[in-house]
Design a protein around this ligand. Structure first.
Ligand code: A2P
Length: 336
């Protein structure tokens, strides 16, 4: 009873959280294999009170396994996910490698759970910024339809990985001490700064991260007509992405009705009492699995407009928790 599970990238910011979430949610794990690069061989990670040794990822790592959660970057996924799938180990991939592949479902369990049924061995986990936005938009899309979204993000450094978390901490410490700032990960200082630059710039002037929000949103909602204009910004926050989302709806929806829909939406918690100083903030979302929505108000610049503020822990709902929820869905649907 239970499944043989691997976590690929087990020493990383997302991978360590995947192990924790598997434990917290009592995923039926019979055997857990932790995989990373040769640099990490022998490192110990605790799971259900026992220490599990990290092993080196190789082409033979997936024999006899049922499911593997990948979060070691797109190049590792591109090389190893098909190898795993070929030996019958279903892959839930947190990288961007397969998200837009037409044969790979792109799944947020609260939004399009049905999509897992068509998997061919690999299921993709969307980009962290897309996940929290579509969780919040799902009840609105279902009720009145969405025509256009204008979104600006405020993204935590943990999305870049462990090295970026260290870089922010070291830059803050160096600033306080008046020392020269170490800078390896980002193209500019991140401490006390905002960088409107996530991923590479494309010829269009948009970044890769911005276009992920456009393309992934359309794929998840199975609606190629939704227009999305995104600006993605890295901010000096450790955990939790924030987003300002302005939605143009296909039909009218009163603010109070939007609040009612969001209040009962799966995975959403409305925090919206601005006069009492209550609205979502990344420090409150850290360590939580819900998507927090507040500042819900009419977009006064267009007829059927709604605007709100949405925050979620990018490492949990934006990555690890969503991946484990996909694995749970595979179990429920008998797809492992
Ligand atoms: P390692 O710690 O051995 O380098 P983060 O996103 O926090 O930077 O973490 C990336 C994760 O992906 C780490 O667990 C890292 O392992 C793993 N990883 C990176 N490159 C490889 C690779 N070539 N083979 C296996 N694991 C890798």
């Amino acid at each position: 009873n239970g499944y043989r599970v691997a976590v690929v990238g087990a020493t990383g910011a997302v991978g360590t959280t995947m192990v924790r979430v598997l434990e917290e949610r009592r995923f039926p794990v019979r055997e857990l294999k932790l995989l990373a690069s040769s640099r990490s061989v022998g490192k110990q990670i605790s799971f259900r009170g026992a220490q599990v040794s990290v092993e080196e990822l190789t082409e033979d790592s997936f024999q006899g396994l049922d499911v593997a959660l990948f979060s070691a970057g797109a190049s590792v996924s591109r090389r190893f996910a098909p190898i795993a799938a070929r030996v019958g180990c279903v892959v839930v991939d947190n990288s961007s490698a397969f998200r837009m592949d037409p044969h790979t479902p792109l799944v947020v369990p609260e939004v399009n759970p049905h999509a897992v049924r068509h998997h061919q061995g690999i299921i993709a986990n969307p980009n962290c910024s897309t996940i929290q936005m579509v969780v919040a938009l799902k009840p609105i899309q279902d009720a009145v339809g969405i025509q256009r979204i204008v979104v600006t993000t405020f993204q935590a450094v943990s999305g870049t990985g462990m090295k970026a978390i260290q870089e922010l901490r070291r830059q803050v410490e160096a600033t306080v001490k008046g020392e020269p700032l170490p800078q390896e990960v980002y193209p500019h200082q991140i401490a006390f700064n905002c960088l409107p630059h996530i991923g590479s710039f494309l010829d269009s002037g948009y970044t890769e991260e911005e276009m992920k929000m456009v393309n992934e949103t359309r794929k998840i909602f199975e609606d190629p007509d939704i227009q999305v204009c995104a600006t993605t910004v890295r901010v000096p926050v450790y955990y939790g992405h924030s987003e300002s989302v302005a939605v143009e709806m296909r039909k009218p929806l009163e603010v109070q009705d939007a609040v009612a829909l969001l209040s009962k939406a799966q995975g959403v918690q409305v925090v919206d009492d601005p006069l009492a100083g209550r609205y979502p903030m990344p420090l409150d979302a850290e360590g939580r699995d819900e998507t927090f929505v507040g500042r819900i108000r009419k977009d006064i610049s267009i007829p059927n407009g709604l605007v709100f503020w949405v925050v979620a822990d990018n490492i949990r709902k934006g990555a690890a928790t969503n991946a484990v929820q996909i694995a749970e869905l595979l179990v429920q649907e008998g797809l492992l």
